[in-house]
Design a protein around this ligand. Structure first.
Ligand code: ZN
Length: 514
């Protein structure tokens, strides 16, 4: 039997620095995860409805196999041996590889199998209960499940990080290294600026003419418009797909097989186009993970926040620019000649920057979306600090919604019951949405400082310089640097809300003529 110490520099892959022995184990693990992702994609796009019960068993078996591999003694000993090797060789790349492998394995190893099973079961029951509760707009039907999910999540946090804050331990699962203490000032600053400013826009009584993007837009033509834009961004359809689903998402099965999904509204062009541009941003990141890092511990995205920064950047900074619309115009006019005859890129543009405080996060505009996230972040922190009881959630939610957005839900379905996340024990996930949006604005600012203003290039359909910049500074590193280190390294300053605020306020002021 070979032993873990067999991994020597003689059998190391120079491109990724990982000893063959770790490479083999990690590659198998990655393949199983890819299979699980492929199953998820299939379930959302292709699977017949009757397939769900047996599919759940397949998914559970696969999840079990992944957990076994990730927590195996063989992998752990190999990681420790490689850690030793990285230390004596002083190899920075190998050190990063081992750091990420160790992080994933140790997180998995700290959670007792019984707790993992209980969590999986509670999430499955919780999701079904949440669906029913939401349908009836009755929080009482879900409260017991949520109580159990919270208590299990707290147990998980204690297992992961016995001495630390429970919320930090969960946050770390989505945004490695992030802490509540670090995020609170960012969110406080954002809310302090954004919330009163949104009210000001509302109270100005000004309206934006949205008719240029409203009308009747055939599904096939909307699909063609989205594919046209995504291809121009640089998404490689020989290594990717675009299919319909209920909720748009992106799955990077491998960097050479990246699946995007979209949905559409026949009467509003924005839903399909901006959903597709968003997912394409995720997809470009997945396609940008370099071949030599794939199937190694560094061959993944840095964090959910950094992933979201890529989707937001292509959706907002690029897709909502006037240059983009000037470039898109001939295609738009070819597909929708009647609509194009009545309007112009300049009159479409304001309709992409509306501000309308609403109750439901997934329907929110670009600016108020972040207030929806701030609300969830506030509530989650209160729940994990034991400052808020589950029974008091609906009223706490409604109060916070009124305070931040100026609107108050009159039923739970439009309030505390609107999101699926908590029913799946995803606590600490929400803040990554806004974190990513902040990162996107700061990255785009840095890109333009280095490349010059990009609007003219966009108008010429030249998106390649921006993609190349992102490939060089973000994509090609995989998980080599942590999120905050990466942002600081690329933009020359720590993450802050300023660039996002400036971008939002400037575009909205222009759209509303304020
Ligand atoms: Zn996203």
């Amino acid at each position: 039997m070979p032993t873990a110490t067999d991994s020597s520099s003689a059998t190391r892959n120079p491109a990724c620095a990982v000893p063959d022995r770790l490479l083999e184990l990690w590659g198998e693990l990655r393949d199983l995860k890819s299979l699980a992702e492929l199953l998820d994609w299939d379930q959302e796009t292709m699977m017949p409805r009757g397939g769900s019960e047996n599919r759940a068993k397949m998914a559970a078996s696969l999840a079990g196999a992944i957990h076994q591999k990730l927590t195996s003694e063989r992998l752990w000993e190999t990681i420790l041996a490689c850690e030793e090797e990285a230390r004596s060789a002083g190899d920075e790349l190998l050190t990063a590889q081992v750091r990420e492998a160790k992080r994933d394995a140790s997180r998995a190893r700290r959670i007792p199998e019984s707790l993992a099973k209980e969590l999986a079961e509670a999430s499955s029951l919780g999701t079904t209960a949440w669906q029913e509760a939401r349908k009836g707009s009755d929080f009482g039907m879900f409260a017991g499940h949520l109580q159990r999910l919270l208590s299990l999540a707290k147990q998980k946090a204690a297992a992961l990080h016995p001495a630390g804050k429970a919320y930090d331990a969960l946050l770390d699962g989505f945004e490695p290294g992030a802490t509540e203490e670090q995020l609170v000032p960012l969110f406080d600053h954002l809310v302090a600026e954004l919330s009163p400013w949104v009210q000001q826009v509302v109270e100005s009584g000004r309206r934006v003419d949205e008719s240029p993007v409203l009308g009747k837009f055939a599904k096939a033509k909307q699909r063609e418009l989205s594919r046209h834009a995504i291809s121009a961004f640089g998404f490689d359809f020989d290594r990717g797909r675009l299919d319909l689903s209920v909720h748009p998402f992106c799955v990077g099965v491998t960097p050479t097989d990246v699946r995007l999904t979209w949905r559409y509204l026949e009467n509003d062009l924005r839903s399909a186009l901006y959903g597709a541009l968003h997912e394409a941003g995720h997809g470009l990141y997945e396609q940008g993970i370099p071949e030599e890092l794939w199937r190694t511990p560094l061959g993944d995205a840095v964090s959910l926040g950094v992933h979201e920064s890529q989707s937001r950047l292509w959706e907002n900074q690029v897709g909502r620019s006037i240059g983009f619309w000037r470039w898109l115009w001939p295609k738009f006019a070819e597909l929708f000649p009647g609509q194009a005859a009545k309007t112009s890129p300049e009159s479409v543009w304001p309709a992409l920057h509306t501000v309308r405080p609403s109750l439901v996060r997934v329907e929110a505009d670009e600016a108020t979306y972040n207030l929806h996230i701030a609300l969830r972040f506030r509530i989650e922190r209160a729940l994990f600090a034991n400052d808020l009881a589950v029974a008091d959630l609906p009223s706490a939610w409604n109060d916070a919604c009124e305070e931040l957005l100026g609107v108050r839900p009159d039923r739970d379905a439009d309030g505390v019951l609107q999101d699926i996340h908590w029913s799946q024990a995803l606590f600490g996930y929400f803040p990554t949405y806004t974190l990513g949006t902040m990162v996107s604005a700061q990255l785009f600012q840095a890109a333009q400082e280095s490349l010059g203003p990009q609007d003219g290039a966009f108008a010429d359909g030249d998106f390649a310089p921006l993609l190349a910049w992102l490939r060089k500074h973000v994509h090609r590193h995989g998980r080599r640097y942590g999120a905050s280190q990466l942002v600081e390294q690329v933009t020359g300053r720590p993450l802050a809300a300023d660039d996002l605020l400036e971008y939002l306020q400037a575009s909205v002021a222009r759209a509303y003529g304020l």
